[in-house]
Write a protein that binds this ligand. Structure first.
Ligand code: F6P
Length: 488
């Protein structure tokens, strides 16, 4: 049985590293810097641990244990690779994970490609991960599997006779019953989840959807409890089911955003785009982010509220992602056409350009400066597990004078609904009205709203997330968990 002070084995599709091959043919791995690594690092360092995952490359010379050892040097944990063949990348990662689960779980079933051969490779790759876990884990370790690529990993471990203590966190939404029923492998996937000892969701909405699917599809299931963590029993198995909204490293973001360097870069941005409010959208290139409808809403706002013309500029940053998947490739050209069309309609030659479009990732200084400089943040996904851009944006508003326009279908809306202007991302006029309302909002109201959101983001930061998840994994009984506050 895993011990509360045993090692942590984190398993995720991708390892938290960036591997590049230099001109001399040498592979260099540098540690990743995302929120998940930041949160797990202290735990991995204290308890000792291993991170197992795909190094993100199919180059046989890169992604080896030696190359990964460079990146892990001094971190206190080891990085162990699971290598994927080209066929596995195509059918497991791009196929089942990103052409079936991703669109279906984001309520876009018409975007799914239910290719039958994807399932077999999905289970085959999950078995590979399970074998890697068995090779490295001891009975005292807690195995913590991350996200939708690896739903089947616990089932594969059980097939290999493992009775390890295995927890799972789903970073993306869990769909409603009607949508989940469309999945040809619905029974197998649901049963696979029940092979975990703890399943964590982002929000109450996701947990409710999951329990409704369980009650409909698994005949003998019983669900007990009423706190943050519930208990499901089926046959001999007992599974804990909780919701744990993931957060950011509030302290690090707030401190860095308050530095002179960021203030200077933010001021420079205002100097370059003077006498107007800046509206910021920052998204990974993904059809779930609602970028096209948001651009249409911005156009609608410019048409219906002429006062906005030359008094606002939209900075839309799109970070390249999954470009080998046709839907993503197409989306990029649709965005670029629409930006061109809107700029063509409204630009004043020699003067105001309504949209400044950036297609690349921003370096950390620019990212913080854009967050800090923008008076209005537009975060309007069609559906999102959480959306950390919304949290990062509010946190970086050091003067607490910004307005967040947030989709009601982002997981973050459950926590930020008292401060944000909530919008339906399918309602173009509604979003346009929200843009105008944000533009016109007085300073006192902005401050009251953003202050409330920043307190919530600070209270439930990423360290709170890790602590509450591990507490749920190890708590002897579940009475310790609070009865869920509405919406969170
Ligand atoms: O939001 C889900 C997620 O898997 C994130 O963890 C990740 O940053 C992003 O999507 C992109 O992931 P990938 O490039 O591995 O498909």
């Amino acid at each position: 049985m895993a011990k509360a002070d045993g090692r942590l084995i984190v398993v995720s599709n991708r390892l938290p590293v960036v591997i590049t091959k230099g001109a001399d043919g040498r592979c260099v791995a540098t540690p990743g810097s995302g929120g998940l690594v930041t949160a797990l690092l202290p735990v991995l360092r204290d308890r000792g641990g291993i991170w197992i995952g795909w190094p993100g490359t199919s180059d046989p010379e890169c992604g080896t244990e030696d190359v990964l050892a460079q990146a892990a040097a001094g971190t206190g944990y080891s990085l162990l690779p699971v290598t994927l063949s080209e066929d596995e990348i195509e059918k497991f990662y791009m196929g089942f994970s990103n052409e079936i689960i991703w669109p279906l779980f984001h309520d876009l079933p018409s975007f799914c490609n239910f290719e039958p051969s994807y399932w077999e490779v999905y289970t085959q790759v999950n078995r590979k991960y399970a074998r890697a876990i068995i090779r490295h884990a001891t009975p005292h370790d807690l195995i913590w599997v991350q996200d939708y690529h690896l739903i089947d990993t616990a089932a594969e471990l059980r097939r290999l006779n493992s009775d390890a203590h295995i927890a799972f966190f789903l970073h993306i939404p869990f769909p409603s019953l009607d949508l989940f029923l469309k999945l040809p492998w619905r029974q197998a996937l649901l049963r696979a989840l029940l092979d975990y000892d703890l399943i964590g969701f982002q929000t109450l909405r996701d947990r409710r959807n999951f329990i409704q699917c369980l009650r409909t599809l698994i005949r003998d299931v019983q669900v007990y409890g009423k706190g943050q963590v519930l208990l499901a029993r089926t046959g001999q198995r007992e599974v804990r089911i909780g919701h744990f909204p993931i957060g950011i490293d509030y302290g690090a973001f707030a401190n860095q955003a308050a530095t002179e360097a960021v203030a200077a870069r933010a001021a420079e941005l205002h100097r370059l785009l003077p006498n107007r409010q800046l509206i910021l959208g920052i998204d990974r290139l993904d059809y779930t982010k609602g970028i096209l409808l948001r651009l249409q809403a911005f156009r609608n706002a410019l048409m219906r509220y002429p006062k906005l013309r030359s008094n606002v500029t939209l900075i839309q940053v799109v970070v390249p992602s999954r470009e080998h998947i046709p839907k993503y490739f197409d989306l990029r050209s649709q965005i670029e056409q629409l930006v061109g069309r809107i700029n063509g309609e409204f630009t004043q030659p020699g003067g105001w350009v309504p949209i400044h479009y950036v297609f690349r990732s921003l370096d950390p200084l620019d990212l913080l400066a854009y967050y800090r400089a923008a008076e209005i943040g537009l975060v309007t996904p069609l559906k999102d597990g959480m959306n950390l851009v919304a949290k990062e944006y509010c946190t970086c508003s050091i003067e607490e004078d910004c307005v967040l326009i947030l989709s009601e279908f982002a997981g973050a809306a459950a926590q930020l609904r008292h401060g944000a202007l909530l919008v339906n991302p399918f309602d173009i006029e509604g979003m346009a009205d929200a843009i105008y309302r944000a533009y016109s909002m007085n300073r006192a109201e902005r401050q009251r709203r953003v202050h409330r959101m920043r307190r919530e983001i600070q209270r439930r930061d990423v360290f709170w997330w890790v602590d509450s998840f591990l507490k749920a994994a190890f708590a002897r009984n579940l009475d310790a968990f609070p009865v869920v506050a509405a919406g969170v």
